[in-house]
Ligand binder design. Sequence first.
Ligand code: NAP
Ligand code: G3P
Length: 488
Amino acid sequence: MMFQELCCENKNYRNLINGKWQETSSGKLIEIKSPVDDSLVGRIQSMSTEEVDFAIENAKEAQKSWKKVPVSERAKVLYRAADLLEEEVEEIAKIMMREVAKDKKSAESEVRRTADYIRFTADAAKGMEGESIPADNFPGFNKSKISVVTREPLGVVLAISPFNYPVNLSASKIAPAIVAGNSVVLKPATQGAISALYLARVFQEAGLPGGVLNTITGRGSEIGDYCVTHENIDFINFTGSTEIGRRISSITTMKPLLMELGGKDAAIVLEDADLDLTVKNIISGAYSYSGQRCTAVKRILVIDKIADKLAEKLKEAVTKLKVGNPLKDQVEVVPLIDTKAADFVEGLIKDAKDKGATLLYGGNREGNIIYPTLFDNVNLDMRLAWEEPFGPVLPIIRVKDKDEAIEIANKSEYGLQSSVFTKDINAAFYIADKLEVGTVQVNNKTERGPDHFPFLGVKSSGIGTQGIRYSIEAMSRPKATVINIEQI
Ligand code: NAP
Ligand code: G3P
């Protein structure tokens, strides 16, 4: 019932603008077909630049009143949204499964995790306080001056999300932005937009005033540049590829950016690692959702002495992965998001084969399903050593010692996360200290959660820091009011 408004007959989905579900005046639509079976999931509106202007204007206007709403009241909307989302886990997960080919367990856990994220954001915002700074800490000043520092919203936040977590990576921008007093214009990935529109409906039903959250749909290649350079956008929170992230940062001026981009996360395996734990983590880290996660394990750097043993155990585990149709079975390896993505991954596999890597398992393709693929003896001349597949392909690169592992890990243009598998805490810290990444996981796969931890990428993997409190801080700024007391 709740979702009736966002879709009219014939599966044509509308956009939320100024609290109403609206269609474009041109009637131009984009068909969203399922990567699983090519069936029609629905059609989304392809908005014109004039319609984008209208949505952003509404967001700007609505923010003027929203910023005056007390934080505790803004938090109440978030609590209601979290509860509603939990009630709709199954329905939203069903859409997501068809739209982005996610398996049932992962889709449902994405929606539940999002409800927890929203709730925790409300808690965190209520716990955030300003500070007062006395002047006499600084040489030459006495107590007659004090700075009262509070936090202010930034204005209109443009939230751009990718296809792979269409609900979670939209909500993790919307919730911290609105609780900080901003309004939001959400531009979801085209493939994934329908799932994101369901989320917008949940926020509306939770009582978010009209205009505080607006959605924009249309191809990034057509309206993206226009949105990011729009004069009334005060902040851009983007998750997606490094290619598009670079483009956005090169065409925007004086706009603060928060970007989470691509990665090439390494799992560094030392001689003393618990191999069963290592294999379990690497397999789920590399192959779940077909490796379509920015934090997926995307290369293994293993000390030569234990490489044979590790390779053997990984091969055994990879053969057990379930591959196929996520609408029928609980599978880990699903069809990739589109043919272009599958072609790209196939190209990486071919390059590794041609250049002499040892294919331990997989390497084959059926439509857009790339079978889980494991290569050993990958060398640094192969594309697979450096490029992000965003697919279920994992290279093993053998190294002589931990310093060589660090050197190769840091040669990557990316710097999202790395794992180190060892029982030696000193070695773990030695490596962690030298890795140029946002997060080092010791004896665990690379992953974002829990969502209140700081999450960031360095080098080509991002700008700024996400994570619940960090995201609220990123989308607000300090405001200092200096009190000058005459007689003290
Ligand atoms: P993408 O192609 O970069 O698209 C991301 C978003 O940007 C989509 O909403 C897309 O819209 C939009 N877009 C496209 N062109 C644009 C432009 N010129 N201006 C503004 N926006 C534009 O990424 P994706 O394929 O959805 O996701 C996969 C990539 O995201 C991978 O590289 C992955 O590593 C990265 N990722 C990173 C993280 C992280 O937290 N570090 C998380 C998830 C994914 P359209 O869909 O309409 O083109
Ligand atoms: O690719 C999405 C990114 O945010 C990773 O999240 O939970 O799969 O590590 P997670």
